[in-house]
Design a protein around this ligand. Sequence first.
Ligand code: 5GP
Length: 215
Amino acid sequence: MHSSPLNSQNLVIVISGPSGGGKSTVAQVLCENDDTLRLSISATTRKARPDEIDGENYHFLTKFEFEENIKNNYFIEWAKYREHYYGTPKSEIDVSRKEGKDTVLEIDVNGALQIKKQHLTPANSILIFLIPSTYDILEKRLRGRNTESEDELKNRLEIAKTELQLIAQYDYCVVNPEDDVEQAVYQIRNIISAERLRINPEQTTTFLQNFGLPI
Ligand code: 5GP
């Protein structure tokens, strides 16, 4: 990667949007074969689904553990989604920074907006809203995963409607078509490439000094 001291370093790429929009698959495919990106592992108090592994999909915590972590300022953001807690440990960003990688967060809309409000120096955050082409596809995807009860599913669809109303607060919107994950991943890669070249105003002083120019 050829970047200058002027460019944004340590990006925090937030992939967010309604549950059932395909965020986890897109985030996984995006990070799979890219050693410049690191997918953050969130903590949650919800129960693991049969195919989920502790420490790989999530760090599964008890409510007590999670609340202790909130008190200890352990999370960069956290939110309650339905009756469970979800949060991003600050250490996830630190590890990426040490490895010289950008961090990808796959989180809900509440969490994304908390990230946006923070000043992550020297990191920079980008908010990407991932949406399915239609509401029907969202419902079909949620039903197809077969992991939720009918009540839970209806609740997730209701939450999706409120989440979609916050789309204007995001930087980018990417449509995740039903049968083409690669297309969404390709578009997100393009966003990341452009963002890596964005001028970071805080770096301009050093840059001008290095060129022997007055500041
Ligand atoms: P699920 O139960 O389907 O795994 O996740 C429910 C919602 O919580 C999804 O929208 C998912 O993106 C979101 N989520 C997962 N991890 C985090 C996190 O660390 N913080 C926040 N705010 N939301 C998260």
